[in-house]
Design a protein around this ligand. Sequence first.
Ligand SMILES: [Zn+2]
Length: 297
Amino acid sequence: MRTITVTENGVSVQFDVHSFGQGAPRVFFTAGVHGDEVTGVYVAQKLIERLAEHPPLRGRVDVIPTVNTASMRCMQRRCPFDNVDLNRVFPGDANKSISHRLAQAVWRETEGADYLVDLHCCGAHGLPYFLSVYSEAERIRELMGRITLPIAVHSDGTEGQLFLKAARERNQAACIIELPGGGGNGAVNLPVAGQCLAALTDLLRSFGMLPGEVEGEAPTFYGAPLDAECGGAGLWMPVVKMGETVCEGQVIGTLDNKPVLAPASGMATSVRPAAYVRAGNLWVMTYAVPEQLPSEI
Ligand SMILES: [Zn+2]
């Protein structure tokens, strides 16, 4: 294990890099880029324990279990020293504030990886899913096809994200896994963590890096997730459950006892629980439409 220290004007942050095995392929896992997304951190720590017991049969695995240690210490998304969102400033800059320098250090560490998987957390009311620009490169799609979580979605990402820069500027196969949060305040969602750890174990098995057969099923590829709104403020009561397939025009819930209809057909990946929705946040459901193969268009 190596510890990398990054400093700026009397402020310093550190992160640990755990490396197992050598050679190719090289698979890199990062977690805790956002300091409050701790279910991903927990998964990375469990993966380190597993790899310490069972070193790779071939190739190399690197894990940074907590990239943004200062943010995690404060249990917040952004760095407490400069209030920067680390996953908006990759590949980083050695002449800017501490987050930019940290990004550059992580960028350098991950440089030689063939595959890069960045573990994050999403809202508490959804299913786990993973995302990348899989239509842009076959190697990305190949990586995602090896991760045995059910829902792979397309996302154009946001400028400055680690996975996006890695995919586009360094031609790496990179993706983000989004795990439902455990309720905040440092809570870990254990069932989801177990599901993710099994999928990452399958990923390493698929390369022959860990013993055993792949146990899970390959994912279904979807387009970009879309949000459905309920059209106004009031009392929202859901009818559909996450994971259900909805058809365009189907009643997905009610707002003040009036039906709210699905705007399109797809799979409900996230459904808002019963809630008084307000004007500033009318979101009630996120859905994903299965990828259309060329023969179907
Ligand atoms: Zn995140």
